[in-house]
Design a protein around this ligand. Structure first.
Ligand code: ZN
Ligand code: ZN
Length: 615
């Protein structure tokens, strides 16, 4: 807090701040007792404040100092409140607030500034309301730092309306308050309102915090192109880019699968010598692995000197997602050897890795180790992974029993994994049962209807396919429009099914004709059953099945250099028809095609796909 820093600092205080541990602090303390400086209540407050803030592990020591002092100032209490508002047990701030109230002292604007920050961290509605009441009682409701803290704490509680009301009551909100409101809106997903606030802030006042909040807001709600656009504007404005900016930028690239822009962001980090913190390094690994460049992700992993559990988990998860199950498990072993404690996220990655290579026993062992060795309670997603593991290996009964024995109500994800396994292993009876379970939970689950109808279609049971279609109509199940994204020359191109708005659509059309000609020559016959057209996740426009990924592939073929792999990110599951066609395209055009669909990666090469038909 700059307002506190502006108070003249005694040289001894700087010494305390740079101490390596309690021993040195004690030495300084002894000297201060000898020279009598500690009798100055103002100095004492600075001393214990610097211990509390710079040596959070020795918070008890600063509290002892406070307890032993005869006439502590409100500054001393504020220092403790401030330290605890950032510390591991923020609730302790309230203890010191009560001590202020029970002494002859009066809380000041700093007290409340720190106290509302505590409220934002502990997220207890009643406490926040009580603090707010106290703010009003002591007459600090117009202090901009207190106001912005209150806005933040209500936003943290999910009371965005209260935040907005507070904000609207401020006659002329200053930058601090605007930033708080903007960050709050951008974080719980109200990006459009945040953008409005952003537009109202004069250019010269938009600092890195404001820009970062906006970019993060767009990145977090999946509006990645807008996040990247804003990042480019930020640079034009000459605002200093920092770690937080780049983490959001990388996350936007990851979401889009925009490898070129991700690479560019990486080069930017290196060029501007931004310190590669654990968070930034992990974001880079995540970007490269989710953009399908696992080799580069591994390079960064090995280069990083400091790694935390998220770094390991992102890398292990990346290997699993890219189909490298064996490597994924090897890395997990190494993680344990290095003494890094896995968490829930790690185990999702590990179980997915086991699933990819069909290691049922190993998967089970890892799953059991969660509770038995690491004291972690498996969550729904872990159970879903196990259902997938059994199902993929063809152990449908085991999958079914496993789901039935879950200690909690199974979720649609677990039944969905079983349904998908039933489709692959052609078990109609169990598939129907799984679907009925899914519909009990989510009666408009579009993906589940599609899976079942595909099962009927595979067995040429067109009547049942028609029935599913009818049922979907009756229930009003809505389709999500299919969308494929491809990056060419650092620019992201989006294709929706049936969308002909692309400036090069004419050339794309010609290439689509060429693709279907070569597919026909190679003996490929598109599945042209009209019932199937209607029920797939995406509508089929014509017999060529111009799903968005086919259009994106055609665009890739005309716009990317010879031999450059085509990378596509699709928002839905790849349909059977497109999967077959893409395999052949990869062979007849000698082109590597990497498709990241909603669930996994498909690396198409020489007429084969890395998923081996299981997706
Ligand atoms: Zn398709
Ligand atoms: Zn595949």
């Amino acid at each position: 807090m700059s307002r506190l820093r502006s108070i003249t600092k005694h040289p001894t205080i700087s010494l305390v701040e740079s101490c390596s541990g309690l021993r040195e602090i004690r030495q300084i303390h002894t000297q201060l007792l000898i020279n009598g400086l500690l009798n100055d209540p103002f100095f004492l407050a600075q001393f214990l404040g610097s211990i509390a803030l710079h040596h959070p592990n020795n918070m008890d020591y600063s509290q002892q100092l406070l307890d032993q002092s005869h006439n502590p100032t409100v500054f001393a209490f504020n220092s403790m409140i401030r330290a605890h508002s950032k510390g591991p047990i923020p609730e302790r701030s309230f203890h010191f607030f009560h001590r202020i109230l029970s002494s002859n002292l009066s809380p000041d604007n700093y007290t409340f500034t720190f106290l509302v920050r505590t409220c934002a961290r502990v997220s207890l509605p009643k406490t926040s309301l009580a603090v707010h009441a106290s703010v009003i009682k002591h007459g600090f409701e117009l202090d901009p730092h207190v106001q912005s803290g209150l806005i933040n704490s209500y936003a943290e509680l999910g009371f965005l309306d209260s935040s907005r009301r507070l904000f609207s009551e401020i006659y002329e909100p200053d930058l601090v308050t605007r930033t708080a409101m903007l960050s709050s809106c951008a974080r719980s997903g109200e990006v459009d309102f945040a953008q409005k606030l952003f537009d109202e802030i004069p250019y010269r006042d938009r600092d890195a915090i404001v820009w970062n909040a906006m970019i993060a807001g767009y990145a977090q709600c999946g509006r990645s192109r807008e996040a990247l656009h804003l990042f480019h504007l930020m640079q034009k404005e000459g605002v200093e880019v920092n770690e937080a900016t780049m983490v959001s930028v990388l996350s936007a690239c990851t979401h889009l699968g925009a490898l070129d822009q991700g690479r560019w962001a990486h080069a930017y980090i290196e060029r501007n010598r931004l310190h590669l913190t654990v968070t930034l390094g992990t974001a880079l690994i995540d970007m490269y692995s989710k953009c399908g460049n696992m080799g580069r992700a591994m390079d960064i992993f090995w280069e990083m000197r400091e790694k935390n559990v998220y770094t390991w988990s992102a890398t292990i998860g990346g290997l699993a997602m890219n189909g490298a199950g064996e490597e994924c498990l090897k890395l997990f072993d190494l993680m344990k050897q290095e003494g890094v404690m896995p968490n829930e996220v790690t185990f999702i990655a590990v179980l997915r890795g086991c699933s990819v290579v069909g290691l049922v026993e190993k998967g089970r062992k890892h799953f059991d180790s969660m509770t038995q060795v690491y004291g972690l309670e498996p969550e729904l997603e872990h159970y879903g992974c196990m259902a997938d593991l059994y199902g993929r290996a063809g152990l449908l009964d085991d999958a079914f029993n496993f789901i039935n024995n879950m200690p909690m109500t199974p979720h649609a994800g677990a039944w969905g994994a079983l349904l998908n396994a039933c489709r692959i292993h052609k078990n109609m009876e169990l598939g129907e049962l799984a679907l009925s379970k899914i519909l009990e939970l989510e009666d408009k689950n579009h993906g589940a209807y599609v899976l079942l109808s595909n099962m009927y279609a595979d067995s040429k049971d067109w009547d049942s396919v028609s029935n599913v279609r009818q049922l979907m109509k009756v229930k009003g199940v809505r389709k999500i429009p299919g969308c494929s994204v491809i990056e060419v020359g650092g620019e992201v191109h989006e294709f929706f099914v049936g969308d002909k708005s692309h400036p090069r659509y004419g050339e794309i059309e010609v290439m689509l004709g060429e693709i279907s000609r070569r597919l026909r020559l190679s003996g490929y016959v598109a599945n042209t059953n009209p019932v199937l057209f209607d029920i797939e996740e995406e509508d089929k426009e014509d017999a060529l099945c111009r799903h968005s990924e086919k259009v994106a592939i055609a665009f890739g073929l005309i716009s990317l250099g010879e031999g450059v792999p085509i990378r596509i990110v699709k928002n839905l599951r790849v349909c059977g028809d497109c999967h077959d066609a893409t395999k052949i395209i990869s062979r007849v055009f000698s082109r590597e095609i990497i498709v990241r669909d909603r669930n996994r990666f498909h690396h198409f090469k020489d007429g084969e796909c890395s998923c081996k038909g299981y997706w």
